[in-house]
Write a protein that binds this ligand. Structure first.
Ligand code: AGP
Length: 368
């Protein structure tokens, strides 16, 4: 069927703005909005019994998996082995049939992800597919399908598929924690409530930050290199922000764990390389701010993506401070995805690139 841009300039913009509605729909498959519990969907994977998880995926899907790893480990106390599928498939990783494996893919056709799936299948693991296209090869070859229900994603740069993958992984991790006795009924209720409130917060954020991000993007489009920093779940998000910038604005960007700054990249800091710091006021905030201080002390320009509490707590001079609403840490990665998507989008628009069809890229990579 036909998908059009509606009143948006690009599919990417449309897909960014449809996230609140689409996530709410996706969540309704996994959580019960009335009881604030994770739905006991009957699947072939018993997260209560598995000894660990293996996750493989590529690009943006890999980065959502990396955030999923933090959640499965923290909330369900499940060890997670994760790698980009092109490495995973050749690592000869020792696996046991007591583990389950998750393959995350928007298209469900990515060659390396499919090869990793087959490797796990040969090792006797139960296979779960976190996919957008339910009729895809990866879905067909899996024991359990966890649809992300994002609807067709046309823009080559993944946006709504990423946040829907995160929403599904969050629900799965909470459900796994519940099944394993590491998440109490009270914790489950609290976390699911936050997930249920998320679409409304996303709408508000999209609406509120747009003018500021557009103005900032004009400035950003003058730079050749950008460093993105984050800690905890904000680290994969920093890599996702860098990936988005590279893909559509062709600005060289790198995502780094904030704590790794002093182990090398700090040598690059000068006034020509803005540093985008993702730091909600969470348990890592002080640490990340001290890394930010190191940037400021070397004349680096800082773009600070934080929340209201974080903005009030830091006195460092910045090129821009984007203050999102204070949200619970379980939904922070989805909320903080919005400014990084919009920043890449508007920067690309200022650069005049082909936003929906960036050079050299294919929406689905079906060859190795
Ligand atoms: C995302 O913006 C990219 N275009 C790319 O990294 C993508 O996420 C990757 O190729 C994986 O695709 P898949 O989700 O369809 O497997």
């Amino acid at each position: 069927f036909m998908v059009d841009k509606g009143n948006h300039r690009h599919f990417m913009e449309k897909e960014i703005y449809e996230q609140p509605e689409i996530i709410s729909h996706a969540l309704s498959h996994y959580i019960d909005f009335a009881t604030h519990t994770v739905k006991a969907n009957d699947t072939a994977i018993d997260f209560g019994k598995v000894s660990g998880l293996a996750i493989a995926a590529c690009g943006t899907a890999y980065l959502s998996g990396l955030i999923g790893k933090y959640w499965f480990e923290r909330y369900a106390r499940l060890p997670v082995e994760i790698d980009v599928a092109s490495e995973f498939r050749y690592r000869e990783l020792p696996l046991s049939p007591s583990q389950a494996a998750l393959f995350i893919s928007q298209s469900g056709e990515t060659a390396d992800t499919l090869a990793s799936l087959r490797y796990c299948k040969d090792n006797g693991l139960k296979i779960g597919a976190v996919v957008n296209v339910k009729e895809s090869t990866i879905a067909r070859e899996s024991d359990a399908i966890f649809p992300i229900l994002a609807g067709p994603e046309i823009g080559v740069a993944s946006t709504k598929a990423f946040t829907c993958q995160l929403a599904v992984l969050a629900a799965l991790a909470i459900g796994a924690g519940r099944a394993r006795g590491t998440v109490t009924a009270g914790d489950e209720k609290a976390m699911v409530k936050h997930l249920a409130e998320m679409p409304r917060i996303m709408s508000r954020v999209l609406n509120d930050i747009q003018p500021q991000i557009e103005a900032l993007s004009r400035e950003l489009s003058r730079f050749k290199d950008v460093l993105y920093l984050g800690r905890g779940t904000s680290f994969p998000l920093a890599m996702e922000g860098a990936l988005k910038l590279k893909e559509i604005s062709y600005i060289h960007a790198e995502g780094y764990a904030a704590g790794e700054l002093k182990h090398g990249p700090i040598a690059l800091i000068d006034e020509h390389m803005p540093v985008i710091v993702i730091a909600p006021h969470d348990r890592f905030f002080e640490k990340t701010v001290s890394n930010m201080q190191e940037v400021a002390a070397r004349g680096g320009k800082i773009i600070f993506i934080t929340d209201e509490k974080g903005a009030a707590a830091s006195k460092l001079p910045t090129m821009a401070t984007i203050a999102l609403p204070n949200v619970d840490e379980i939904i922070a990665p989805m909320i903080f995805s919005l400014p990084i998507q919009l920043l890449a989008y508007h920067t690309a628009v200022f650069m005049g690139t082909d936003v929906d069809q960036p050079r050299n890229l294919a929406k689905s990579v079906t060859v190795e």
